[in-house]
Ligand binder design. Structure first.
Ligand code: BG6
Ligand code: GLC
Ligand code: GLC
Length: 953
């Protein structure tokens, strides 16, 4: 960490440093004072009489003394860097002595919507010196006008500020009663937000333990205790009113939250009042003490304690040391003691006393008041420093202190005030610059646009403080575009906001939970799905009424490795239509393939058009591969339900997914393909096998792993196949051996058996599909539908006001706008919420960070249900195989393909976990198919060719 160095200044630098906006340079002032000379006052001994410096020497002395208050730009940069390092260490949870700032997470996770409503009681303690404020704040939501809060200020007696804690909280409870007596309110339901401006460890929105008193407070028995509880106890002891303390916040948080939202939200709160501090919205994952990797959280920097490890050494003056020694908390809050309003008057007093003692002011005389602690207050400094206030006011203040004021004294005193104030503003700017750099870094933005809410009496009463701060911030972080917005009604409105936000978030969470509850399936529900599936499988195999068709595929064996030859394959029905050349050699399988598009008008046009298009693609592929004229055996992956009567015969039962070409259902697809080949006379093709994609996938994985006896697809659609005992298959003759069964599980539940699990969102998606009432299971699981389910939930949550501030947009009402691939992207941990925001902003949806979290939760609920239902299906299949074989334990592999399964970050894990849970006696390995089911179709063809050759022999 860089240390802060002492530096000599050039006169230009000094000019710049001491100059708040628009004031003539101090050095020039000094020169003019020197030229005019100081007038001697009547009754005051002259310098020469007292052996004191001459007037011009006085101004030299003042200047020399004020040199100590100058902080160069390099030093400011060093403070900025050092504080930033300290902040990052504290965020990272490193208990290093150098990390003197505390970085305390608050329980505020979102900035206000502007929709907050309701009446709130606010109690402010600790922000403004010895006064305590009670407010009644009415928030009107977006529609209403702003209502001025009612407020009352109470002065806390010094003995209460330093006495037992119980006395302080009893005093606060008494003030609340007095306020409510004076302003009776109609409601019984009093919700209070407590602004408590001291460093606290917060463990909940209404739980906060005081770490240590700062500023002028030192009550016994409070440090280490929950201040909310202490207040609640005191209110109870008081007994007059029933007040619920809903939230506790630091004043910086109140300041940030109370800010009228401008173009963007206000994400930094800066207070310079009795003390100084800032808070800002940090990414939760960067805050080590929080076990949270999502969203943002407001962190109170507690920068007042920066420098307690002596990092500030070189910029501390003798006056700072003297002030610290005499304070209630020596050695602590060293940075705050150079900036906070509680200390500025005291610093000025110490400088003036020193200068008077050196003879540079007041004719070398001090007064008892000037020598007493606390005699110069912030308000005196503010008035004396104000360029618009006349010299007469300065005179009056100094005279009140019992000082005899010479003509030049007023001017010189004003310089002292300016020097002390300017330094405070510049140091504060360096600290703010550290916060802005931190924000820029954590948000990875090159140009940070940010609004900073400012609060506290120093800002309110001393406008030049803000202008110096602003100028300095621009110098230190030129890459940040900062707008400063004064907070409304002090922090009081913000505290009410936090209380309202807490109430709103709780209400929204309830609505979100209610909406997503039907998607969260428990073990019993999943086990019931598994049982129903097993029952439907058995019925389907027996030819009884069942939503599972259990179609025989005429694939009786997985490859044995002896297959050889060159094959063509087609792969139709997934995301891509592909034509492949598959070479099966002793050394393995080589594949050359090309993807062709099937325009929607073709997929949903006439059957003839579709099959002509397919043949055109094959011809093109043959030409490109130099295969024209050759009649290679062809395997056709056709990913739709077909009743097969042999390997090369498949009657399309019905289209699924996005296909709907006319005159195909009820037809043999191989015939349709052959007819299309016939229409293109130049082509010769030998169609050997038609294969479902599940079967292709199982065969393809089976080539590598003989235990692979199940094929699973979770892509555009979903389905599974597995090796069944032939004796169980009623529609195929023979009792020995196996046959692969295409379950067509997408249609599971079409008989209404999934009724209880289906939500209104599933019903919406079904109604809008091209095949309403069909493919119930598929519509809850596969890629073609999940995005749509999410979109319908988002529409519902928007209508409840939980999302997008209740504003419906045209975009979100557009079908298929929310792609299933977004679920995979949104749920990918590494991209986190940034991704959610980018996607939704791309869709033109207005978004807050709460919205992003909600969208993420919706996606998670929908994809989790899909994966669990799929897992329940796989559990049914593997259990069936185990039972068929009468095994105690079954070891089996499942070949899987499909974009959703492969691209989604958690889908495969959830499927596997569900299978483990529901089928504990099966050890299931999932193998991802790398080459698509085209390779499997070629292998089925190869097996068929091998068997045909054997028949010939
Ligand atoms: C591919 C197969 O690998 O997976 C296709 O070759 C299949 O035939 C597909 O339909 C399923 O995935 P998707 O996501 O493309 O529907
Ligand atoms: C002190 C307190 C801090 C507060 C600040 C401004 O630094 O420790 O919590 O925010 O003063 O009032
Ligand atoms: C649909 C089809 C089915 C296919 C699945 C996966 O459910 O009907 O045959 O296997 O999608 O592509």
């Amino acid at each position: 960490m860089p240390h802060i160095e002492r530096e000599e200044l050039t006169p230009e630098e000094s000019d710049q440093l001491l100059l708040p906006g628009g004031r003539p340079p101090l050095w020039k002032h000094m020169e003019s004072i020197g030229a005019v000379g100081l007038q001697q006052r009547e009754g005051v001994p002259s310098c020469s009489q007292k052996g004191l410096p001459c007037p011009s020497d006085s101004s030299e002395l003042v200047l020399e003394c004020l040199q100590q208050f100058k902080v160069t730009q390099t030093q400011l940069q060093q403070i900025q860097t050092s504080l930033l390092g300290s902040m990052e260490q504290a965020l990272g949870g490193q208990a290093s002595p150098a990390s003197t700032v505390r970085m305390l997470p608050t329980y505020v996770g979102s900035t206000p919507h502007g929709t907050e409503q309701g009446d709130f009681l606010v109690l402010e303690l600790g922000a403004t010196g010895a006064s305590l404020r009670v407010l009644w704040v009415t928030l009107m939501g977006t529609e209403g006008h702003r209502m001025e809060p009612r407020s009352q200020e109470f002065v806390i007696p010094p003995e209460v500020m330093l006495g037992p804690g119980q006395q302080l909280f009893d005093f606060a409870a008494h003030c609340l009663s007095e306020f409510l007596d004076a302003f009776p309110v109609s409601t019984q339901d009093l919700q209070l937000g407590f602004s408590f401006s001291f460093p606290c460890h917060q463990t909940g929105l209404d739980r906060s333990t005081l770490i240590s008193w700062t500023k002028g407070f030192r009550c016994s028995g409070v440090e280490g205790h929950d201040v909310v509880q202490l207040l609640r106890d005191a209110i109870k002891r008081q007994g007059a009113y029933n007040i619920d303390v809903v939230a506790v916040v630091n004043d910086t948080v109140g300041t940030m939250m109370g800010c009228e939202p401008g173009v963007g939200p206000c994400e930094v709160g800066l207070v310079v009042d009795t003390g100084t501090n800032a808070c800002y919205m940090e990414e939760a994952r960067h805050v080590a003490v929080l076990d949270e990797d999502r969203g943002r959280v407001c962190v109170s920097v507690e920068w007042g304690s920066f420098g307690d490890d002596e990092a500030l050494g070189p910029v501390l003056t003798t006056f700072d040391h003297a002030l610290d020694r005499e304070s209630l908390n020596p050695g602590a809050q060293r940075f705050e003691k150079m900036i906070g309003g509680l200390y500025l008057g005291e610093l000025v007093r110490l400088v003036l006393a020193h200068l008077a003692q050196r003879g540079a002011l007041f004719g070398g005389c001090t007064s008892p008041a000037l020598l007493s602690r606390g005699s110069i207050l912030l308000q005196h400094v503010t008035e004396m420093e104000d360029p618009l206030a006349g010299a007469a006011r300065v005179h009056a203040i100094l005279q009140d202190l019992g000082l005899s004021v010479g003509a030049s004294d007023a001017e010189l005193v004003r310089y002292v005030c300016t020097a002390v104030f300017t330094r405070a503003a510049r140091l504060c700017a360096a600290a703010l610059a550290a916060v802005l750099s931190r924000l820029q870094h954590s948000r990875e933005q090159q140009m940070l646009q940010i609004a900073v809410a400012t609060g506290g009496r120093v800002f309110e009463r001393h406008p030049s403080f803000l202008s110096i701060l602003q100028e300095t911030v621009m110098l230190l972080v030129p890459e940040c575009d900062v707008s400063f917005i004064p907070s409304v009604d002090g922090g009081g409105r913000g505290v009410a906001m936090v209380t309202a936000v807490a109430a709103r978030l709780a209400a929204h969470r309830r609505l979100l939970e209610e909406t997503l509850a039907p998607f969260r399936l428990n073990r019993e529900q999943l086990a019931a799905v598994q049982a129903q599936m097993q029952e439907a499988m058995a019925k389907g195999l027996q030819g009884e009424a069942s939503s599972l068709r259990m179609l025989p595929t005429y694939v009786r064996a997985t490859p044995d490795g002896s297959e050889r030859g060159d094959f063509l394959a087609l792969d139709l029905g997934g995301t891509n239509f592909r034509v492949l050349l598959v070479r099966v050699t002793a050394g393995g399988v080589q594949i050359t393939s090309q993807v062709y598009s099937i325009p929607e008008c073709v997929a949903q046009g006439s059957g003839q058009q579709l099959f002509d298009h397919i043949v055109d693609c094959i011809v093109d592929f043959q030409q490109k591969q130099g295969l024209s004229g050759q009649s290679l055996p062809l395997g056709f992956t056709f990913s739709f339900p077909c009743r097969q009567l042999g390997l090369d015969q498949g009657i399309l039962l019905n289209w699924t997914k996005g296909f709907n070409a006319s005159d195909c259902e009820g037809q043999d697809v191989v015939c349709l393909l052959r007819e299309a080949i016939g229409r293109k006379q130049a082509v010769k093709l030998n169609v050997v096998a038609i294969v479902n994609d599940t079967v292709g996938t199982m065969m393809s994985c089976g080539y590598e792993d003989p235990r692979c006896e199940v094929g699973l697809i979770v892509g555009t659609g979903t389905n599974a196949c597995y090796m069944e005992e032939l004796r169980n298959v009623a529609s195929v003759a023979g009792d020995s051996g196996h046959m692969c069964i295409n379950m067509e599980w997408g249609a599971f539940g079409d008989d209404g058996s999934l009724g209880l699990l289906r939500t209104c969102f599933d019903a919406n998606v079904d109604q809008a599909s091209i095949n309403p009432g069909k493919q119930s299971f598929e519509k809850m699981i596969s890629g073609m539908y999940l995005g749509e389910i999410v979109r319908h939930i988002l529409l519902h949550l928007t209508s409840l006001g939980v999302l997008f501030r209740g504003q419906q947009t045209q975009r979100l009402q557009t079908r298929d706008i929310f792609k299933t691939k977004f679920l995979s992207e949104i749920e990918s941990d590494s991209l986190a919420l940034r991704q959610v925001r980018a996607i939704l902003e791309d869709l033109g949806l207005p978004l807050t960070s709460d919205d992003a979290l909600i969208v993420l939760e919706v996606c998670q609920a929908v994809s989790q249900r899909a994966a669990q239902l799929c897992g329940a299906g796989v559990a049914a299949v593997v259990e069936k195989i185990r039972e068929n074989r009468g095994l105690e334990e079954l070891t089996v592999s499942v070949g899987v393909d499909g974009t959703l399964y492969k691209l989604h970050p958690h889908f495969s894990g959830l499927v596997a976990a569900t299978v483990r849970e529901l089928a504990p006696r099966c050890a299931v390995t999932f193998l991802q198919s790398e080459d698509g089911s085209g390779k499997g179709a070629a292998l089925v063809t190869a097996v068929a060719c091998r068997l045909a050759q054997m028949d010939h022999v």
